[in-house]
Design a protein around this ligand. Structure first.
Ligand SMILES: Cc1cc2nc3c(=O)[nH]c(=O)nc-3n(C[C@H](O)[C@H](O)[C@H](O)COP(=O)(O)OP(=O)(O)OC[C@H]3O[C@@H](n4cnc5c(N)ncnc54)[C@H](O)[C@@H]3O)c2cc1C
Length: 320
């Protein structure tokens, strides 16, 4: 690992003052479950590591005017045990099975974690380009995207992202120059070139909290994963339904781990309007959710998993 300076600030103001204008200037350290791997693999070689774990204002889940504020340092385990957070978000946290990751990993780190794409993790760049072409479509792509036309084929790694998008949540990003709030739906982006990243976070910013508006929507998350251990899901769906009686008046359906960003399934949302949620309508919505999917040579199986995830999330949302 490349040598680095270590900073241990106690306040947000101090911490933001220690970040730089370039990604190589500094690295924000929360639980370290991703940052340390990135540094060991020389994928991120910051000159300074800024530990944010002593900053009290980044802790805790609080209800305040119009919503729930979830501090960036809240661990995945704390979120999974929260009685305040909407069900789909709690479920998304609960699905992350490893006790080590749940106890060390933070919600801020979950949203800012880098893609797990094995080309990227082996130092071939976020887009794995060679001679102007991505290696992914013709290569080992079983865990890659089934939506989008490239050049990014990795999948967004955050399990919390899709649930937060359905809930209309925002993140607060703070730098030494000021702060901004960004909808989670626009926080994740599909990079168009190797110099871009998968989120709009800037190198001089810290994600300080997630703001989840109060909601009466019926929500749920359903994930499909290969093993209950140290792994990421193969496909997931989060849903949030506004109901009038037993009829859906508005639906949010967002797929996870199938595209470089949480994938909003607009056709499924439309298909559900005015319907009650039954086995049949949930299955139709699942089919609609994968309209436009363009699986790669080894990952057509994900289309089926995504359909099933939508169906089961919908049935789960109306069950409680
Ligand atoms: C084996 C394994 C299995 C996993 N399975 C899942 C899974 O199923 N679903 C899932 O969603 N995730 C999964 N993860 C990822 C895990 O959730 C993340 O690694 C963790 O949440 C990151 O949080 P952290 O606090 O450890 O972040 P760190 O490792 O400290 O940081 C991660 C990245 O985010 C940046 N960062 C962290 N916090 C902030 C902040 N507040 N502001 C700005 N930048 C910040 C860091 O600089 C770094 O680039 C898994 C990880 C492992 C190792």
């Amino acid at each position: 690992m490349q040598a680095f300076e270590y900073a241990n600030p106690n306040t947000l103001q101090e911490a933001t003052g220690l970040l730089g204008a370039q990604w190589g200037d500094a690295g924000v350290l929360a639980g370290g479950t991703d940052l340390l791997s990135l540094m060991k693999e020389n994928l991120h070689t910051p000159k300074r590591v800024v530990n944010i774990k002593n900053i009290k204002e980044l802790e805790g889940i609080h209800r305040s005017g119009g919503g729930l504020r979830i501090g960036a340092l809240v661990t995945i385990d704390e979120l999974a045990k929260s009685h305040e957070a909407p069900r789909s978000l709690v479920e998304a946290a609960e699905y992350i099975p490893s006790p080590q990751i749940r106890h060390m990993g933070t919600v801020g780190g979950d949203l800012c974690q880098r893609p797990r794409c094995w080309y990227y993790r082996q130092g071939m760049g976020l887009l794995a380009m060679k001679d102007g072409k991505s290696l992914v479509p013709g290569g080992e792509n079983r865990y890659h995207a089934i939506f989008g036309e490239g050049p990014a084929y990795f999948v967004s790694a955050s399990s919390l992202g899709p649930a937060l998008v359905t809930l209309g949540a925002r993140v607060k990003l703070v730098s030494a120059k000021g702060s901004r709030e960004v909808p989670v739906a626009s926080f994740f982006v599909a990079p168009a070139d190797e110099n871009s990243r998968e989120t709009v976070l800037r190198p001089d910013e810290i994600l300080t909290e997630i703001i989840v508006p109060n909601t009466t929507m019926k929500t749920a998350t359903y994930e499909v994963r290969q093993k209950e251990a140290l792994d990421w899901p193969l496909a997931a769906a989060s849903v949030a339904l506004t109901m009038s009686g037993n009829k859906v008046t508005a639906a949010k359906v967002v797929l996870g781990h199938v595209a470089p960003t949480p994938h909003v399934a607009t056709a499924a949302e439309e298909a559900l309007k005015g319907q009650s949620v039954t086995e049949a309508t949930a299955e139709s919505a699942g089919k609609a959710a994968v309209e436009g999917a363009r699986p790669l040579s080894q990952n057509a199986y994900k289309v089926t998993l995504a359909k099933v995830a939508v169906k089961r999330a919908l049935l789960g949302a109306v069950k409680a």
